[in-house]
Write a protein that binds this ligand. Structure first.
Ligand code: GUN
Ligand code: ZN
Length: 439
């Protein structure tokens, strides 16, 4: 944590509510604003003219004209071990898992290897302005120890867990109901609630867990306060058919998890591309969330999610990159593809709604909206400074924007990692595009 009081003057935008509920009241925008951060937490945000009247004289102000400050991005679904195989050619989910994913993940019993990949992965998150992520490890406890060590060293707020899977995968990356339970328990006791780290129980997806394993998972989930449950759901039609074949008592895919009490406000299901109304209703009723992963859904040919169906049922939806099924760490690219998916459905996605899902909506999906995702008083100061002139095309295009909505949409469409000038975590600069990072 930084032992300082510091203010940042720029355009500032953050959400205080979901635009679906609150319309234009859902966000606050200060064309010339000041964000005041003290000892790692938000002290105030507002118009510069007002802030300048009250800011103590000891607070130094950094000026960023033609920049936009927003809360750090929140990635609600990503696999850190898969960075090595991002962009693997030519398959849909089930063959992609067998041909690329499982061989790659088999290497993570090696702590040194896991540490090296964790470091590259975390650099990449921060370069893209992502300050919190819900992260899959592999079946090996070493994978989670390596990732949490890296995140702890950098003072980041991260959630992760060891994959649990005891069938339908190569033996060397399977656990058993007993080892999966005991290894997860040990990791929970070592990491859950330590600094800014939290643990997610992580069954890969229903087809790779036996009934016995799901029973152990249900038991473990109740044993500790504040744990997350993170898995995949209804991503691909062949996967859905297979899951229902393996669990014949389930009428719908979601029932498999529901039957074990795994639907809670701390449950995050990646994808949910092929859901019926009843499944949406049950997700909303239990406060469970969907992590929508557009670049992955397109890359793996999984399908075009019906976001309006989820919104109409009141399901909480965050955005995920799903690296390495997904093809970019950038939340700009993710918002861009999310929009295009809705276009292909004959619908649209408002840029405010997209940015909400990438920030406060993601925090809500992770049940962390009282700590991150907005510039509320006393929130943790995780934020990014975006350069609106980062590329020649943006520099040329942005002056033609007639409104904030126009500007956001252009940013979503043309933006990428080059736009992220600086990333701050708990008030400290953890990525500086143009020079040294002060860790
Ligand atoms: N379903 C089960 N495992 C995976 C995975 O690693 N990636 C994706 N996209 N879907 C999955
Ligand atoms: Zn995934």
């Amino acid at each position: 944590m930084s032992n300082e009081s510091h203010a940042y003057r720029a355009r500032i935008l953050h959400f205080v509510d979901n635009p679906l509920n609150a319309g234009d009241q859902a966000w606050q925008y200060f064309e010339d604003g000041i964000l005041w951060v003290e000892n790692g937490y938000i002290r105030s945000v507002g118009h510069a003219v007002d802030q300048l009247m009250t800011l103590p004289t000891y607070v130094s102000i950094d000026n960023y004209s033609d920049h936009l400050i927003i809360p750090g991005f929140i990635d609600t679904h990503i696999h850190y071990p898969q960075i090595e195989m991002i962009g693997a050619y030519g398959e849909q989910l089930l063959t992609w898992l067998n041909n690329y994913t499982f061989p790659t993940e088999s290497q993570f019993g090696d702590s040194a290897y896991a540490a090296r990949i964790s470091s590259v992965f975390t650099d990449e998150l921060l370069r893209n302005g992502t300050t919190t992520a819900l992260v899959f490890g592999t079946v090996h406890p070493a994978s989670v120890n390596a990732f949490f060590s890296e995140a702890q060293q950098r003072g980041l707020r991260m959630i992760a867990g060891k994959v649990m899977m005891d069938r339908n995968a190569p033996e060397e990356i399977c656990d058993t109901p007993e080892t999966g339970y005991h290894h997860s328990k040990r990791l929970i006791e070592r990491w859950h609630g330590v600094d800014r780290l939290q643990y997610a129980i992580t069954p890969r997806f229903a087809p790779t867990s036996s009934y016995e394993q799901l029973e152990k998972i249900a038991y473990l989930f109740k044993q500790y306060q504040g744990l997350y449950m993170h898995t995949h759901l209804s991503e691909n039609t062949n996967e859905v058919a297979w899951a229902l074949q393996l669990f014949p008592e389930a009428t719908r895919y979601l029932d498999i998890y529901d039957n074990y009490g795994l639907l809670t406000p701390r449950s995050v299901f990646a994808h949910g591309v092929h859901l019926c109304d009843e499944e949406c209703r049950r997700l909303a009723e239990t406060g469970s969330s969907i992590a929508h992963c557009p670049t992955s859904n397109l890359f793996l040919g999984s399908g075009l999610i019906n976001l309006n169906q989820l919104f109409q049922h009141g399901v909480s939806v965050g955005l995920g990159t799903d690296i390495g099924g997904g093809t970019s760490f950038s939340m700009f690219k993710t918002m861009d593809e999310a929009y295009k998916i809705q276009q292909l459905r004959g619908a649209t996605l408002d840029p405010f709604q997209a940015l909400y899902m990438a920030t406060l909506g993601g925090a809500k999906a992770l049940d962390l909206d009282t700590r991150i995702g907005s510039f509320r008083l006393n929130n943790e100061a995780d934020f990014v400074i975006l350069d609106l002139q980062a590329t020649p095309l943006l520099k040329f295009r942005t002056p033609y924007c007639k409104s904030l909505r126009d500007l956001l949409f252009v940013l979503n469409t043309l933006g990428d990692d080059r736009v992220v000038k600086r990333t701050y975590s708990l008030g400290r600069c953890v990525h500086n595009r143009d020079g040294a990072t002060h860790l």
